[in-house]
Structures are given as structure tokens and as C-alpha cells.
Design a protein around this ligand. Structure first.
Ligand SMILES: [Zn+2]
Length: 194
């Protein structure tokens, strides 16, 4: 069953984070590290979800830097002291490897995205319904960031109003069915101090 009919995680969106293992724009947990934020897929935990639109210029830039480093290494080797040859070649190999890894994931993305674009909207809708992972509503900053990849901030606001909890703690079931896993339905607890 599909929980969030407004967002189809099987429709390619280059600006949205994508999991190459699950082949979908799954929801994620954002883990901040020193250098950058990691987007961990909620379905498989894969920590290298990426936004293809963000990776593309990096991939191209790193290929250029790698190429230039090799050229510098080679020209230094031809013209002068061979001791200066190794550092630019190592640098070139390092950037080349990074660019190659990015190209590897971008290739997966491109193959998936072009296959998806050949499908009808009904096929995509059915695929989203059948996908083993279903994004679920969650009142968190990470979920908001996920939803804002596909919707405007105003639409996300309405999303929270529709799926979120009202002030008295009751689910607002505006024509949607929320999946409650194994939990018996209980009346909402009365607020403390009242
Ligand atoms: Zn995944």
C-alpha cells in the first residue's frame, strides 16, 4: 500500500537524492560528518545516496583536474628533474579514481532514469505501489528535506497538516490510511497537567 500518493519515489528527479541499490528516491536519515552530510537510505542504509544534478559537475571537474595533473607530470618528466614527476601523477591518479567512481554511479542513474522515462505514468504509479520500500510520513527535519525535493515549501507545509498530528495528538485522517505496525489503537492520552 502506498502511503504518500503525492510523491512517487520511482519518477526520476535529478535534483533529488537517489539510492543506487534500491533504485528509488527513498527517504533518508541525514548524518552530519566533518566534511559533508551523508544521506543514508532508510531502506538499505546505503550511505552514498546522491543527487545526480550535484554530482555531475564534480565528476566532470575531477576528470579535468586528473587529466591536467597527468599532463603536468608528463611534461615535468620530459623537461627536467624526474623527482617532480611522481607527485602530480599520484594526484592525477587520486582525482581520476574519484571521478571514475562518480561516473560509475552516474551511469547507474542514467540507465535507470532513461528506463523510467520510457514508462507511462500509470506504469510508474504501479511500480511505486509495488516497490519494496514505501516512504512513510515522519514529522522530522530529514523528512521535510526529503519532501521539499519534490514539492514547494508551501506544499510541504500542507503535507504536514494533512499527515501530521494535530495539537491534541490525534492523527488527522483526511481521507488517507496511515500504516500502524502492530500497534493497537488506543485513545489519545490526555495532556499532562490538565
Ligand atoms: Zn537504498
Amino acid at each position: 500500500m502506498k502511503n504518500l500518493p503525492e510523491i512517487n519515489h520511482c519518477i526520476p528527479n535529478p535534483k533529488a537524492y537517489w539510492c543506487p541499490d534500491c533504485k528509488a528516491h527513498n527517504t533518508f536519515d541525514i548524518v552530519s560528518s566533518k566534511s559533508s552530510d551523508l544521506y543514508n537510505c532508510k531502506a538499505c542504509g546505503f550511505s552514498s545516496m546522491f543527487s545526480p544534478a550535484q554530482v555531475l559537475p564534480w565528476k566532470n571537474g575531477l576528470f579535468v583536474i586528473a587529466g591536467l595533473s597527468f599532463l603536468i607530470g608528463v611534461s615535468l618528466g620530459l623537461s627536467g628533474d624526474p623527482n617532480y614527476v611522481i607527485p602530480p601523477l599520484l594526484l592525477g591518479a587520486f582525482f581520476g579514481l574519484l571521478a571514475w567512481m562518480m561516473a560509475h554511479y552516474m551511469k547507474k542513474w542514467s540507465a535507470w532514469a532513461s528506463a523510467q522515462r520510457r514508462k507511462s505514468s500509470e506504469e510508474l504509479r504501479q511500480e511505486a505501489l509495488d516497490h519494496p520500500f514505501q516512504p512513510e510520513y515522519d514529522n522530522s527535519a530529514d523528512f521535510t528535506e526529503w519532501a521539499e525535493q519534490f514539492l514547494t515549501p508551501e506544499e510541504v507545509e500542507r503535507f504536514h497538516e494533512k499527515y501530521g498530528e494535530s495539537e491534541d495528538g490525534e492523527k488527522q485522517e483526511a481521507g488517507i490510511v496511515l500504516r500502524v505496525e502492530g500497534e493497537p489503537r488506543e485513545p489519545p492520552p490526555s495532556a499532562p497537567g490538565e
